[in-house]
Design a binder for this molecule. Sequence first.
Ligand code: G1P
Ligand code: ZN
Length: 547
Amino acid sequence: MSIRTVATTPFGDQKPGTSGLRKKVAVFQTAKYLENFVQAVFDTIVVPAGATLTLGGDGRYLNREAIQVILRMAAANGFAKVLVGQGGILSTPAASCVIRKYATFGGLILSASHNPGGPEGDFGIKYNTANGGPAPEKTTDAIFARSKALTRYRIVDAPDIDLDRLGTQAVDGMVVEVIDPVADYAELMESLFDFSAIRDLFAGGFAICFDAMHAVTGPYAKEILERRLGARAGSVINGVPLEDFGEGHPDPNLTYAHQLVEIMYQTNDANPAPDLGAASDGDGDRNMILGRGFFVTPSDSLAVIAANATLAPGYAKGIAGIARSMPTSAAADRVAQKLGVPCYETPTGWKFFGNLMDAGQVTLCGEESFGTGSDHVREKDGLWAVLFWLNILASRRQPVEQILEAHWAAFGRNVYSRHDHEALPTDVANGIMDQVRGAFATLPGKTFGNYTVKVCDDFSYTDPIDGSVSTGQGLRIIFADGSRIVFRLSGTGTEGATLRLYLEAFEADPSRQRGDAQLLLADLIAIADEISGLRARSGRERPTVIT
Ligand code: G1P
Ligand code: ZN
């Protein structure tokens, strides 16, 4: 082997956030930036002899180049083999599936998730451990500490491999196997869901529109929905992954997936909207679910999936429990209560679910940020959620809207919305958070119209499995009837600070459950502004994104 040890100096800013290290492409293009971080990962995880690494990304700009560098560094750092997705492609849930199926020593996933790509966009890299899930905080902290201390990285001199040719090649003695990025994942999905019932559903004329947003799920959705399940050709739109996502913002929400929203809300009788609309994000772990002219909040989607879980063969025996992130609505809690299973409230970020799933405490997990998943992998999974909905629809044969109305009538409705204030100056965002924190002492017992504050706190979490404590996870104002206002600063933005305001009002009365969430939440929105001074401090009249 021709291992070279290259002298380097730390960058000091390579702190992996909730979803790995994310920076502008230009930063990753700085000489040695990627190499430093990858070496910090390899130094921290201590690669055992004979280890295999899983490697792939969402296909964004820099993906292919980064993969070639990582392959050369993996060879120099003692890996015996790397499984890499063809074309450098692996969706995040597919990477998790491959890590678990082939018991590899974790994986490196190249993605900045839903952030825009292209030369002006973002790039990212994340290490997942051998259970297939994101590295825990103690590992990411150790990686960060290492990145601030390292003085060299290791790399071999070897030519690029052909990423498009399936099969085995070598990088200076290390085996590289280029694998079909879809096959293992599709096989796992077939083992969980009733594909024959879903095929019947499509054969009966059911129509779906799946918007892959020119990101990684295009090939997955075409193979599974169109080829294996028989959805009509063209059901998958924007299905070709592009390095810049077609200049779009690959985040499946009502703002960025506007093409899908227009299709699902069209009222032209000659060309009716499909029965189900769905979208996924850059790396395939998020999902949005729409009925005809109807939006399903991710919090409700988790609750509906939980309430109907036994309809899917992979979950026919019932679920062990549910976990949701703190800002996610309590709709799932109500289902868990009825099923007699535990519901855990964790900080934001999928990694907090891993321990609970590994310990067999929960089967289903969800975040309000369009993340839903289960213990089949250790990541949230966009296409899995869509297939779960298809399985439910194939079994219940009701429109999406009716399923939701029946759910609310049975459990009550947790009316929900999130308001994002993106790219605020950091001091403005901190000022708003300080004002809310400052009000905590005087809020309990205070009444605003119909709402009386019960408690407020800065959410902290003690992991029930390993006892680790996470503090400062969001400012909660909880009202007597269970309604909530939560203020939280994003940990994934790359520009200024993003402040998220989460609003939730509980409505038990079926005659008042229908209707637009923004109208139903108007009082809480005003209360949030009164407490935080958000509009005055930010100088902005409205949020950047409302979901
Ligand atoms: C956002 C979401 C969070 C999700 C994360 C990664 O993080 O809010 O639920 O886990 O992206 O997809 P945030 O920017 O809020 O820190
Ligand atoms: Zn993502």
